[in-house]
Design a protein. Sequence first.
Lengths: 210, 210
Amino acid sequence: MTETDESGEDAKPPIDFYFDFSSPYGYLAAHKIGEMAGLYGREVDWKPVLLGVIFKATGAQPLLDIPIKGDYARRDMDRTARMMGLPFVLPEVMPFPSVPAARAVYWTKDRHPDKAVALVKALYDEAFARGGDIRGAEAVARIAGTVGLDAGELTAALGDPAVKERLKTEIEAAMQAGVCGSPFFVVDGEPFWGADRLDHVERWLATGGW
Amino acid sequence: MTETDESGEDAKPPIDFYFDFSSPYGYLAAHKIGEMAGLYGREVDWKPVLLGVIFKATGAQPLLDIPIKGDYARRDMDRTARMMGLPFVLPEVMPFPSVPAARAVYWTKDRHPDKAVALVKALYDEAFARGGDIRGAEAVARIAGTVGLDAGELTAALGDPAVKERLKTEIEAAMQAGVCGSPFFVVDGEPFWGADRLDHVERWLATGGW
């Protein structure tokens, strides 16, 4: 059974894009994946997760806290952003709690789906294009207001048990899908980890695999 | 003060290429970095290290042993090798001790420098193109014989305290240079970690940085 769109052609499934709002490489990928998907007639399913939960399963440490590797990573993030032509400023606190931001995205996907992508990019830009603080519910609601969402309605939603549960369920599903870091992409069942795998993702979209 | 070659042009310094023989991505990079360097008039300084020593400083675990991430990594290595057009077979024991292989390379660089690159590639190919076992001194000496080195002379050298000390010194220097994984490249002072940074390396060689 295949889905068909209005033109009668087979509708291809979306690219699953998993990311933590505290992930610098997730920010970089968020500015590339939508356009890339569009070139191949694909949508993107934007799925924030919490690396803190995933790292409990993998035993990983926050990248920037690791001796030697953390210093390298700061340099690599900055260089990669310059290569991609994106502004980049590391927030003061890294990694930072991203629960309100993640919940806000799932709520927006359900209630105001046309604003979800803009919200993801606005939150990421506040954190990594300007080095701002998006940890708290107030900051998230304020940024949501800039993309046309109702800040009061969103603030109420962030405390809703159903919204909290939704994020938990999504993270469990992500771990079942093998998500081990951020950014992480799944294209037609094939997993790709890292902004540095965008070239693999594009080739997979173009060729169907190799 | 700048060095000049016979043509009178400035001689550019070599690319430092650090790798562990037990590193699959090191194998992939070893088949690309020499040709890439040559395109930009550069030599490569081939520097085997031991990730076991480096990981003690960074707290890292062997990649393939990490829950969830290890499964992903197996898939990514295989896919990356296919994309690069290189054969790839994972040896049964991973990671494996690579002390004799590393010592053999430094001894060869000192005594028979014209055979050092061939030795690196022959060792790596035995491990990752054919899934062979290069852990022991006997295996290393046998492979050295295939590139025109004297197996007996090499076997004697592997037990030489000066050769043992040489490897230790090189690893200490690598850590001082910020090496946190394999493969790792330093181009004119700029560090790059991972086979997936070869595109950055090439652009750095072409442009002098960005």
